[in-house]
Design a protein around this ligand. Structure first.
Ligand code: MD3
Ligand code: FE
Length: 213
Protein backbone atom coordinates (compact mmCIF):
# COMPACT_ATOMS: atom_id res chain seq x y z
CA UNK A 1 0.00 0.00 0.00
CA UNK A 2 1.45 3.44 -0.85
CA UNK A 3 2.28 5.58 2.18
CA UNK A 4 1.49 9.29 2.47
CA UNK A 5 4.94 10.18 1.12
CA UNK A 6 4.41 8.16 -2.07
CA UNK A 7 0.93 9.63 -2.53
CA UNK A 8 2.20 13.22 -2.24
CA UNK A 9 5.24 12.64 -4.47
CA UNK A 10 4.96 14.15 -7.95
CA UNK A 11 5.04 11.67 -10.80
CA UNK A 12 8.51 10.67 -11.95
CA UNK A 13 9.59 12.42 -15.13
CA UNK A 14 11.51 10.42 -17.77
CA UNK A 15 14.72 12.11 -19.02
CA UNK A 16 15.84 9.28 -21.33
CA UNK A 17 15.39 5.51 -21.50
CA UNK A 18 16.25 4.30 -17.97
CA UNK A 19 16.71 7.82 -16.53
CA UNK A 20 14.09 9.23 -14.15
CA UNK A 21 13.86 12.61 -12.45
CA UNK A 22 12.07 12.69 -9.06
CA UNK A 23 11.48 16.37 -8.34
CA UNK A 24 11.78 17.25 -4.66
CA UNK A 25 12.23 13.65 -3.53
CA UNK A 26 15.03 14.59 -1.10
CA UNK A 27 13.07 17.36 0.67
CA UNK A 28 11.70 15.09 3.45
CA UNK A 29 15.33 14.08 4.19
CA UNK A 30 16.85 17.58 3.99
CA UNK A 31 17.58 18.19 7.66
CA UNK A 32 19.07 14.72 8.23
CA UNK A 33 21.15 14.87 5.03
CA UNK A 34 22.71 18.24 5.94
CA UNK A 35 23.51 17.11 9.50
CA UNK A 36 25.08 13.87 8.22
CA UNK A 37 27.04 15.83 5.62
CA UNK A 38 28.59 17.95 8.37
CA UNK A 39 29.69 14.77 10.19
CA UNK A 40 31.26 13.35 7.03
CA UNK A 41 33.17 16.49 6.09
CA UNK A 42 34.52 16.90 9.65
CA UNK A 43 36.22 13.49 9.17
CA UNK A 44 37.02 13.61 5.42
CA UNK A 45 37.00 17.27 4.31
CA UNK A 46 36.21 18.48 0.79
CA UNK A 47 39.33 18.77 -1.37
CA UNK A 48 40.14 19.70 -4.96
CA UNK A 49 41.55 16.59 -6.62
CA UNK A 50 43.92 16.53 -9.59
CA UNK A 51 43.10 14.79 -12.88
CA UNK A 52 45.52 12.35 -14.53
CA UNK A 53 46.28 15.18 -16.99
CA UNK A 54 47.40 17.45 -14.14
CA UNK A 55 44.39 19.79 -13.88
CA UNK A 56 42.99 20.71 -10.45
CA UNK A 57 39.22 20.20 -10.47
CA UNK A 58 37.04 23.25 -9.72
CA UNK A 59 34.54 20.95 -7.97
CA UNK A 60 35.65 19.95 -4.44
CA UNK A 61 34.94 16.33 -3.46
CA UNK A 62 34.74 13.87 -0.62
CA UNK A 63 33.10 10.44 -0.19
CA UNK A 64 31.34 8.19 2.28
CA UNK A 65 30.74 4.45 2.28
CA UNK A 66 33.00 1.47 1.60
CA UNK A 67 34.36 2.90 -1.65
CA UNK A 68 35.29 6.46 -2.54
CA UNK A 69 36.02 7.85 -6.01
CA UNK A 70 39.44 9.48 -6.28
CA UNK A 71 41.64 10.96 -8.96
CA UNK A 72 45.32 11.93 -9.02
CA UNK A 73 48.20 11.81 -11.53
CA UNK A 74 47.97 7.97 -11.44
CA UNK A 75 44.35 7.88 -12.69
CA UNK A 76 40.68 7.64 -11.74
CA UNK A 77 39.64 4.80 -9.40
CA UNK A 78 37.73 3.76 -6.28
CA UNK A 79 39.65 3.49 -3.01
CA UNK A 80 38.53 2.11 0.37
CA UNK A 81 40.66 4.75 2.10
CA UNK A 82 40.67 8.53 1.95
CA UNK A 83 44.13 9.32 0.50
CA UNK A 84 44.05 12.59 2.47
CA UNK A 85 43.68 10.95 5.91
CA UNK A 86 44.92 7.41 5.16
CA UNK A 87 41.79 6.15 6.93
CA UNK A 88 38.63 4.50 5.58
CA UNK A 89 36.00 6.92 4.27
CA UNK A 90 33.26 7.81 6.81
CA UNK A 91 30.45 5.24 6.91
CA UNK A 92 27.38 5.81 4.74
CA UNK A 93 24.74 7.48 6.99
CA UNK A 94 21.40 5.65 7.24
CA UNK A 95 19.45 8.64 5.83
CA UNK A 96 21.73 8.63 2.72
CA UNK A 97 21.13 4.93 2.13
CA UNK A 98 17.38 5.17 2.81
CA UNK A 99 16.95 8.00 0.30
CA UNK A 100 19.04 6.24 -2.39
CA UNK A 101 17.21 2.93 -2.01
CA UNK A 102 13.78 4.64 -1.94
CA UNK A 103 14.55 6.65 -5.10
CA UNK A 104 16.04 3.69 -6.97
CA UNK A 105 12.99 1.60 -6.06
CA UNK A 106 10.62 4.28 -7.33
CA UNK A 107 12.59 4.44 -10.58
CA UNK A 108 12.40 0.67 -11.12
CA UNK A 109 15.68 -0.53 -9.56
CA UNK A 110 14.51 -2.14 -6.28
CA UNK A 111 17.71 -4.19 -5.81
CA UNK A 112 20.18 -1.29 -5.89
CA UNK A 113 22.37 -1.16 -2.75
CA UNK A 114 25.08 1.52 -3.15
CA UNK A 115 28.46 0.90 -1.52
CA UNK A 116 29.79 4.40 -2.09
CA UNK A 117 28.63 7.99 -2.32
CA UNK A 118 30.71 10.65 -4.07
CA UNK A 119 29.92 14.11 -2.68
CA UNK A 120 30.56 17.08 -4.99
CA UNK A 121 30.67 20.70 -3.81
CA UNK A 122 30.24 23.44 -6.42
CA UNK A 123 31.00 27.02 -5.49
CA UNK A 124 30.03 29.77 -7.97
CA UNK A 125 32.08 29.26 -11.15
CA UNK A 126 32.78 25.56 -10.54
CA UNK A 127 31.94 23.19 -13.40
CA UNK A 128 32.21 19.56 -14.41
CA UNK A 129 33.02 19.00 -18.08
CA UNK A 130 31.20 16.43 -20.20
CA UNK A 131 32.21 12.90 -19.13
CA UNK A 132 31.03 9.32 -18.68
CA UNK A 133 31.07 7.49 -15.32
CA UNK A 134 32.81 4.21 -16.06
CA UNK A 135 35.02 3.41 -13.06
CA UNK A 136 32.29 1.27 -11.45
CA UNK A 137 32.48 -2.50 -11.70
CA UNK A 138 28.95 -3.32 -12.89
CA UNK A 139 27.06 -0.94 -15.19
CA UNK A 140 23.85 -2.88 -14.44
CA UNK A 141 23.69 -0.80 -11.24
CA UNK A 142 22.12 2.64 -11.69
CA UNK A 143 23.57 5.85 -10.24
CA UNK A 144 21.32 7.92 -7.97
CA UNK A 145 22.05 11.65 -7.72
CA UNK A 146 20.72 14.16 -5.17
CA UNK A 147 20.94 17.93 -5.70
CA UNK A 148 21.10 20.31 -2.72
CA UNK A 149 21.58 24.07 -2.51
CA UNK A 150 21.96 26.40 -5.49
CA UNK A 151 20.31 25.30 -8.75
CA UNK A 152 22.45 24.08 -11.65
CA UNK A 153 21.99 23.38 -15.32
CA UNK A 154 22.64 19.74 -16.08
CA UNK A 155 23.71 18.64 -19.57
CA UNK A 156 22.74 15.16 -20.65
CA UNK A 157 23.91 13.78 -23.99
CA UNK A 158 24.19 10.27 -25.38
CA UNK A 159 26.68 7.41 -25.70
CA UNK A 160 28.98 9.45 -27.95
CA UNK A 161 30.71 12.65 -26.81
CA UNK A 162 29.31 14.53 -29.82
CA UNK A 163 25.68 13.44 -29.37
CA UNK A 164 23.30 16.39 -28.89
CA UNK A 165 22.74 17.40 -25.25
CA UNK A 166 19.50 18.15 -23.45
CA UNK A 167 19.54 20.63 -20.58
CA UNK A 168 17.69 20.29 -17.29
CA UNK A 169 17.54 22.58 -14.26
CA UNK A 170 18.41 20.57 -11.14
CA UNK A 171 17.15 22.26 -7.97
CA UNK A 172 17.40 21.77 -4.23
CA UNK A 173 15.84 18.41 -3.33
CA UNK A 174 15.73 16.92 -6.83
CA UNK A 175 16.77 13.28 -7.18
CA UNK A 176 17.64 11.58 -10.47
CA UNK A 177 18.22 7.91 -11.21
CA UNK A 178 20.38 6.90 -14.19
CA UNK A 179 20.19 3.29 -15.28
CA UNK A 180 19.67 1.11 -18.32
CA UNK A 181 20.97 2.65 -21.55
CA UNK A 182 21.40 6.10 -19.92
CA UNK A 183 23.94 4.74 -17.43
CA UNK A 184 26.81 5.44 -19.83
CA UNK A 185 25.51 8.68 -21.34
CA UNK A 186 27.82 11.70 -21.39
CA UNK A 187 26.83 14.40 -18.89
CA UNK A 188 28.20 17.55 -17.30
CA UNK A 189 27.45 20.70 -15.33
CA UNK A 190 28.36 24.15 -16.76
CA UNK A 191 29.66 26.93 -14.47
CA UNK A 192 27.51 27.34 -11.37
CA UNK A 193 25.84 30.75 -11.18
CA UNK A 194 26.32 32.84 -8.04
CA UNK A 195 23.58 32.96 -5.42
CA UNK A 196 22.79 32.10 -1.83
CA UNK A 197 20.59 29.18 -0.85
CA UNK A 198 18.72 29.70 2.41
CA UNK A 199 19.73 26.40 4.06
CA UNK A 200 22.87 25.38 2.14
CA UNK A 201 24.51 28.76 1.50
CA UNK A 202 26.65 29.88 -1.45
CA UNK A 203 27.14 26.44 -2.99
CA UNK A 204 25.60 23.41 -4.61
CA UNK A 205 26.11 19.95 -3.15
CA UNK A 206 25.53 16.84 -5.25
CA UNK A 207 25.46 13.33 -3.81
CA UNK A 208 25.98 10.46 -6.27
CA UNK A 209 25.32 6.94 -5.02
CA UNK A 210 27.20 4.16 -6.76
CA UNK A 211 27.65 0.44 -6.79
CA UNK A 212 31.42 0.79 -7.08
CA UNK A 213 33.00 -2.46 -5.87
C1 MD3 B 1 24.21 10.22 -15.82
N1 MD3 B 1 28.00 14.66 -11.02
O1 MD3 B 1 29.68 12.93 -9.90
S1 MD3 B 1 24.84 14.40 -11.11
C2 MD3 B 1 29.50 12.82 -11.14
O2 MD3 B 1 25.87 17.37 -10.55
C3 MD3 B 1 28.61 13.78 -11.80
O3 MD3 B 1 27.67 16.77 -9.55
C4 MD3 B 1 27.16 15.71 -11.57
O4 MD3 B 1 28.48 13.71 -12.98
C5 MD3 B 1 26.86 16.67 -10.48
O5 MD3 B 1 29.99 11.93 -11.83
C6 MD3 B 1 25.96 15.18 -12.19
C7 MD3 B 1 23.94 13.50 -12.29
C8 MD3 B 1 24.59 12.27 -12.85
C9 MD3 B 1 25.54 11.56 -12.15
C10 MD3 B 1 26.05 10.41 -12.69
C11 MD3 B 1 25.61 9.94 -13.93
C12 MD3 B 1 24.17 11.84 -14.06
C13 MD3 B 1 24.66 10.67 -14.60
C14 MD3 B 1 26.09 8.75 -14.49
C15 MD3 B 1 25.61 8.31 -15.69
C16 MD3 B 1 24.68 9.05 -16.38
FE1 FE C 1 29.30 11.85 -13.71
Amino acid sequence: MPDLFDMLAPAAESMAEGAMLLRGAALPYEKDLLAALGDITSQSPFRHMVTPGGFTMSVAMTNCGAAGWVTDRAGYRYDRNDPGTGRPWPAMPKCFLDLAVDAATRAGYPNFRPDGCLINRYEPGARLSLHQDRNERDFANPIVSVSLGLPATFQFGGLKRNDPVKKYALRHGDVAVWGGPSRLFYHGVPELKDGIHETVGRMRINLTFRGAL
